[in-house]
Design a protein around this ligand. Sequence first.
Ligand code: PLP
Length: 426
Amino acid sequence: MSDNKYGFDTLAIHAGAQPDPATGARATPIYQTTSYVFDDAQHAADLFALRAFGNIYTRIMNPTTSVLEEKVATLEGGTAAVATSCGHAAQLLVFHALMQPGDEFVAVRQLYGGSINQFNHSFKSFGWNVAWADAENTDSIAAAITDRTKAIFIESIANPGGRVTDIEAVAAIAEKAGVPLIVDNTLATPYLCRPFDYGADIVTHSLTKFMAGHGNSMGGALVEAGKFDWAKGGKYPMLSEPNASYNGMVMYETFGNIALAITCRVLGLRDLGPAISPTNSFNILTGMETLSLRMERHCENALKVAEFLDGHEAVEYVNYAGLKSSPHYDLHQKYCPRGAGAVFTFGLKGGFEAGVKFVSQVQLLSHLANVGDTRSLVIHPASTTHSQLTADELKKAGAGPELVRLSIGIETADDIIADIKQALEK
Ligand SMILES: *Cc1c(COP(=O)(O)O)cnc(C)c1O
């Protein structure tokens, strides 16, 4: 059922899934097992040497997770996907496949705070060096590229600023530099935006957020477009040179347009280990069946809330690309015309203190560190997710002290607005 003649909503339900071959079960079963019996000794040897595809051990693949992977790959329009324990793990596996110690990558500052930390600190200890650029100024991305640059990393809709990135412009810079463009598509989901349609080479996801959608399971995924030439220029030895742990196999030569995904699986998952649990794959699969319906309502509610805030006297500004007054309105119309997502920020005239007060007054909204739940969520980044950043980094990440981030849920819009209204009045 990877047949792309079907519409997006049909694929969200059916792609990757079929009645269980063993039992006929219509919903994908949770294969809660660590390991799988080999047919015979030859079969076992073939699986270990990658001469045959099949299940060995759930750290590397699992039948429930395989359905999730095929669904994500199909919805993004990619050749293959690998699911991981969380979004950060997907980022780790992608960079592990691309980077050697001493290599660099360019990332824009307008990112999820956790990614800024991962790139600035943990990745540095692997010898992977980030060069920061500005998503608002694509020339700064081109200027940050050196002969050690191995990738460019952006978000489609940026967390937390509610900005939309000019993916096509950045893809042109990546192509000219001969490096892949990685797009974190967590906040848009393929329902709103498919980065491969605009020239991206790799998509990463925190499935924890809108894809799963119910705030109950961690997961991540990486997806490959299947068009990048990993042999050109010899920049990616893990993909283009003989691998000592697989009898000298060359991943790109053997696996072609799914070589990156295979490398992230058989080297990344095998050796670094961030596998997703089959139960979480099941929960995320269930959530993804209603992705279109949820995203439609998330966006509709978010626009209503943004319009309400825009007219409120305690509010200094609203950053929502869906508002006609937003500097990102045109990019939103181009890259995600069905909606500008449901995560955005606004600034309170009362600054840091008003932000802290607001999050303690809400009743229906939950004050917590997540986005993309059915429930409406709120956080004050400067005192939480972004508290490890310096004042300068805060500003550059688009998260000043007065800023509040909302993730608008799918409750009755009037109820969400009434709760925000009473909290603002207090
Ligand atoms: C949450 C998030 C991540 C990290 O994902 P986890 O599943 O929490 O590891 C990465 N990027 C964005 C945009 C996110 O919102």
